[in-house]
Design a protein around this ligand. Structure first.
Ligand code: 3HC
Length: 700
């Protein structure tokens, strides 16, 4: 049988048609794929020799969803809902043969097939929520009919995937077949269906699971209440809940209609636009324009980590979690012992939560070798230094690493602030030196800034990008500059927040405004969590010059002391502190009269517009490759709300002219630190957008 179009073909074997989609990278449901499906099903149904149809994909995965890059563009292909109805109503059995990831619209296509088989490594899920959407191809109507309403609420609002075994147990799959024999075994399965004259199972006809939730609105009320905090600011979860409610209360076709309305509303929402931007921005961040795709990479099998403190331990765990053996070095035996114990404790805690088995814990610990001796790093392919943030200490470590590690090994620094090029001068291999800036706790936080030094070789950069992916990080490439991208761009938030509390708003007011905006925590709560003593306090030269120093001198070091900007009870629950108010008023009393910022709107613009402005400085100095990298770094590294798209995407939605006007006013009243950059002014004047900017474009 013929190739149907550029991305689909149809063959047959023993009375079974095999419709194959081959549309790299992920077989998304593009216009061409939908056209191929339409042609393929029509041909197979019209062919009298064909008794059943297997739908399968080439390449790395089954259909991974609708083609997100086509959203918002004129739709010229076959109508998706009509195509879905056509397949579901086919007069011959249709079997979906799944490998890789059947996600979103991909799983929805599988769910209109009459049967589903998958290989053990397959994953199935409806992750649309992560794009600010809901499954718009019947997912919210069909999934509850198989797994029940509660499970569907959980799966669709979390976007979590099931593996093949879980999907089989949940009734999503009819069979799990052998990993490398999907095609033959799916055909054999289809032949069995035909031989046994099994019925055409249509999920739409099932009712018992949704009937079980009928007349029980409390299921939805309770679900909303239990997840209110997690869903705050996002639009999609509420529409998903409403759509699943429709599956319970309406007949199938009316439920589908309701789903489509709720999907369309999301598709047009600013939240989804921001989340879709974030999806592509994260992937683009891993691309470096002047690094050819074919750049050779170095083999990294074994890793060394120098420094067994919180950061070093977390970094070691990242590699161990990816199955890589790690030698953990510290100069002090007790620090090394403590570091190893902390890692073990972290794994044991994960095991207690059921996410690892005791055997997994043993296996991971077995990948770790503690040592006090740099010579243990002789065979490491990559060494990551995570010692105290001091240039001389780091240079000393790199000098010793250069002597101990094999000549081709990559030497990486986890510095968050220092000059990587200066560190590299301590070695005879500056081309093999790179920055790998993890965020704390390194085993949890997904952001990894890869710092490209003046002499870092293309191979080392390409290898670093590959390693980042291997250990599951979102990577952003930074030039050498103080604070790199994320910390630098975010620095004004903390500084302005400390000014604001002298003008009337309390720390808890500032925190509330920022959490209402969508941050998981405000700057003062974060400071209390990390510790006031470790943020901006030099205990030997402390002069009680500001509120922060005063609180440090009072021993109010944050949560660990039960007192910081807030008071804490024994469960670490914060309450506003009258003592802190007294200290603030003491410092505020000495300030000259002048304009005060007191409203929530003033707080928000005073804190966040300078962050936008700082982002434009990072672009002007070409520390980031593109504006979207800054957005990625802040969303992933600092919890900047994804539904706003990060500071620069958000700034475009607010309006650059407005931001410039407000920054000018802030500069007039509160000092030149607020002065908008030339880049920001220029874009505001020309009506340009910030989030699309690349530093290969002319920027000033
Ligand atoms: N549409 C368009 N492009 C997509 C895509 C999609 N649904 N999914 C992935 N891509 C692209 C990526 O942008 C990337 O392109 P690039 O190479 O040019 O950067 C390429 O495919 C590979 O993607 P990843 O780098 O993410 O590859 P991984 O192997 O790490 O992951 C994946 C593969 C798990 C499929 C991951 O890409 C993913 O999670 N994709 C999104 C899945 C999804 O959200 N599906 C739902 C879409 S919305 C929908 O279906 C609506 C429907 O209900 C109507």
């Amino acid at each position: 049988m013929p190739k149907l179009n550029a991305v689909t073909d149809l063959t047959s074997q023993g009375g079974i048609a095999v419709l194959t989609i081959d549309s790299p990278p992920v077989n998304a449901l593009s216009t061409a794929v939908r056209a191929g499906l339409d042609l393929g099903f029509r041909a197979a149904l019209a062919d009298g020799h064909i008794q059943a149809i297997v739908l399968i994909c080439s390449g790395r995965t089954f259909i991974a969803g609708a083609d997100i890059s086509e959203f918002g563009k004129p739709d010229t292909g076959p109508d998706f809902p009509a195509l879905m109805r056509f397949i579901e109503n086919a007069s011959k059995p249709v079997v979906a043969a799944i490998h890789g990831t059947a996600l979103g619209g991909g799983l929805e296509v599988a769910l209109i097939c009459h049967y589903r088989v998958a290989v053990p490594a397959a994953k199935l899920g409806l992750p649309e929520v992560k794009l600010g959407l809901l499954p718009g191809g019947g997912g919210t109507q069909r999934l509850p009919r198989i797994v029940g309403v509660e499970a569907a609420l959980d799966l669709i609002t979390s976007g979590r995937s099931l593996d093949a075994a879980e999907a089989l147990a949940a009734g999503l799959l009819d069979a799990v077949v052998e990993e490398s024999h999907l095609r033959e075994q799916a055909i054999a399965f289809a032949q069995r269906i035909v031989a046994e004259k099994r019925p055409l199972k249509r999920i739409r006809d099932l009712d018992d699971k949704v009937a079980a939730a009928r007349g029980k609105p409390e299921i939805f009320t309770q679900f909303r209440r239990a997840n209110a905090r997690a869903f705050r600011g996002f639009k999609a979860p509420e529409n998903i809940i409403k759509s699943i409610e429709a599956a319970v209360t309406l007949p199938f076709d009316a439920g589908m209609q309701r789903e489509l309305e709720l999907f369309t509303e999301l598709l047009q929402s600013p939240e989804s636009a921001a989340q879709r931007y974030a999806f592509f921005a994260e992937r683009e961040a891993a691309k470096v324009p002047d690094l050819p795709a074919k750049t050779p990479t170095l083999t990294v099998g074994t890793v060394g980590v120098v420094g067994a403190g919180t950061m070093g331990g977390g970094i070691a765990m990242c590699f161990v979690n990816a199955g890589m053996p790690v030698t953990l070095i510290d100069a002090q035996a007790d620090a090394l012992e403590r570091g190893m114990q902390t890692i073990r404790k972290n794994y044991e805690n994960t095991a207690r939560r059921g996410k690892l088995t005791a055997a997994d814990v043993q296996q991971r610990m077995a990948l770790l070798t503690p040592s006090l001796d740099f010579s243990a790093l002789a065979s490491a392919d990559l060494v990551v230094e995570a010692v105290y943030e001091n240039l001389d200490s780091k240079k000393d470590v790199f000098r010793r690493l250069d002597a101990a590690a094999k000549p081709e090994a990559i030497l990486a620094s986890n510095t968050s602030y220092l000059d990587l090029d200066a560190i590299a001068t301590a070695t005879r291999r500056a081309d093999r030196v790179v920055g790998l800036h993890f965020f704390s706790p390194a085993n949890v936080m997904r952001l990894l800034e890869i710092v490209r030094g003046a002499k870092t070789s293309p191979e080392v950069l390409a290898t670093s990008l590959q390693i980042g992916r291997k250990i599951g990080k979102a990577v952003v490439v930074s030039g050498v500059a103080p604070g790199f991208i994320a910390n630098r761009t975010m620095s004004p938030r903390k500084l302005v927040a400390r000014e604001l509390i002298l003008e009337g708003p309390r720390p808890w007011d500032v925190d509330r405004v920022l959490t209402d905006f969508g941050f998981p925590m405000g700057p003062f709560a974060v400071t209390d969590l990390v510790g006031l003593d470790v943020i901006d306090w030099d205990r030997h030269n402390s002069k009680r010059a500001n509120v922060h120093e005063a609180l440090c001198e009072m021993g109010r070091w944050g949560q660990k002391k039960g007192a910081g900007y807030y008071d804490y009870d024994s469960n670490r629950r914060p309450t506003p502190s009258p003592e802190v108010v007294r200290v603030i008023e003491e410092f505020a009393a000495g300030r000259p009269p002048g304009p005060r910022r007191t409203t929530d709107a003033e707080i928000l613009e005073s804190v966040l517009y300078p962050v936008v402005n700082e982002g434009t400085k990072v672009l002007e100095q070409r520390t980031a490759l593109r504006a979207s990298d800054i957005d990625v770094a802040l969303m992933i590294g600092y919890g900047w709300p994804v539904f706003t798209g990060g500071p620069l995407f958000w700034a475009d939605t607010v309006g650059l002219a407005h931001i410039v006007e407000r920054l000018d006013a802030l500069a007039r009243n509160h000092g030149p630190a607020y002065q908008p950059t030339a880049l920001l002014r220029k874009l505001a004047a020309s009506g340009g957008t910030l989030h699309t900017l690349r530093t290969t474009d002319p920027v000033s």
